[in-house]
Design a protein around this ligand. Structure first.
Ligand code: NAD
Ligand code: SER
Length: 318
């Protein structure tokens, strides 16, 4: 098999920085190029070559792929749920135009593989709330969720119609310390660690009993790479794969933090993000991912909290 060359679009965010790190370990630093719309990205630039690319600039992306011979593209550029609810037109434009543009390029240049992330946000108030199955009623209520569900359908269409290989995961809320989250409803579960360490208290924008599906970033990156390595014939899911890590509420994560920082306190001031969370699943059934590519998460709530407290403290001193 010839050497794969990987291009990442929107790599400057919460997922892209850590995915770049792991893909470089797998394919070699010179074979993986992270790009983002940000003119400067000190963190990515400190890790190696970085380029500024607008994920909506299909002409530039096409030229880059042709010039450098990229065989796989990971499209991570997006407007997330909270920002998307405040600017729905921007969410539609960035999330949909970037995907459609890339799918057309992939078709024309015959890319080996494309990765495009979906989200638990595809599910809405009419989906089962507990252990939400892979295939069920899907009627998203946020603009972000609408773009993710439309994107899943676009990917399925291109896969079938043009025999392409586009793979996708419905990530839960991701929790990490290397690169900050960018405007999601689950971001509270990252902020809480920074505030717990710096100030000893935290005000949650979700109410105390709002359960959401979550996952530690190390698991999410491993899942992404395992899915991309899986034999194509094994992948039977319609749409992005459901992926389960853990499920907790603000009250439960606060209690888990209190085991390490006994003086930590939390209070609650729900805002517009509460409505987004209310319509999402509380937990996810990922039986299909287990079956098709042997998926299994390593981190539960106590293990994640321990890793986050160490990681946030370490990076705060860098
Ligand atoms: P993020 O907001 O942290 O990062 C997105 C990056 O895209 C940012 O660096 C931003 O500068 C860049 N970007 C925005 N517009 C761009 C454009 N026009 N051209 C190029 N870059 C642009 O997001 P993330 O958390 O890393 O998410 C990546 C993907 O995973 C998104 O599709 C998101 O919907 C999905 N996802 C994330 C989560 C999560 O919890 N982080 C959960 C489910 C799905
Ligand atoms: N973490 C993401 C968000 O809250 C879910 O896709 O927007």
């Amino acid at each position: 098999m010839s050497q794969e060359k990987v291009l990442l679009l929107g790599a400057g965010g919460q997922i892209g920085v850590e995915l770049t790190e792991q893909l470089r370990k797998k394919f070699g630093a010179d074979n993986v190029l992270p790009t983002d719309i940000r003119a400067e990205h000190p963190l990515l630039e400190s890790m190696g070559r970085y380029a500024v690319v607008d994920a909506l600039d299909t002409q530039k992306i096409k030229e880059l792929i042709q010039e450098e011979g990229f065989t796989q593209v990971y499209l991570l550029a997006a407007v997330l749920s909270a920002t998307g609810e405040q600017n729905p037109q921007l969410a539609w434009k960035v999330n949909m135009d970037s995907l459609l543009g890339l799918l057309e390029i992939g078709k024309e240049l015959k890319l080996n593989k494309i990765f495009w992330p979906s989200s638990i946000a595809v599910f809405g108030p009419t989906s089962p709330k507990q252990n939400t199955p892979q295939s069920t009623v899907i009627e998203p209520s946020s603009m972000y969720g609408i773009t993710k569900y439309a994107g899943e359908n676009l990917c399925a269409y291109y896969n079938k119609k043009f025999d392409m290989d586009i793979r996708s995961i419905r990530y839960p809320g991701l929790i990490s310390y290397k690169s900050p989250p960018g405007g999601g409803t689950t971001d509270y579960a990252v902020d809480i660690f920074h505030k717990a360490i710096a100030e000893g208290s935290f005000t949650s924008f979700l109410s105390e009993d709002t359960y959401l599906p979550m996952m530690f970033m190390e698991d999410a990156i491993r899942a992404t790479i395992e899915l991309m390595d899986a034999p194509k014939e094994n992948l039977k899911a319609q749409g992005g794969y459901n992926l389960s890590g853990m499920s907790f509420s603000p009250k439960e994560i606060a209690a888990a933090i209190t085991k390490h920082i006994p003086s930590f306190t939390i209070d609650y001031a729900p805002d517009f993000r509460q409505q987004i969370a209310n319509d999402w699943p509380a937990s996810i059934d990922d039986t299909q991912a287990q079956k098709d590519w042997n998926w299994k998460a390593n981190y539960d709530l106590p293990a994640m909290v321990k890793a986050m407290l160490v990681g946030v403290k370490d990076t705060a001193h860098v």
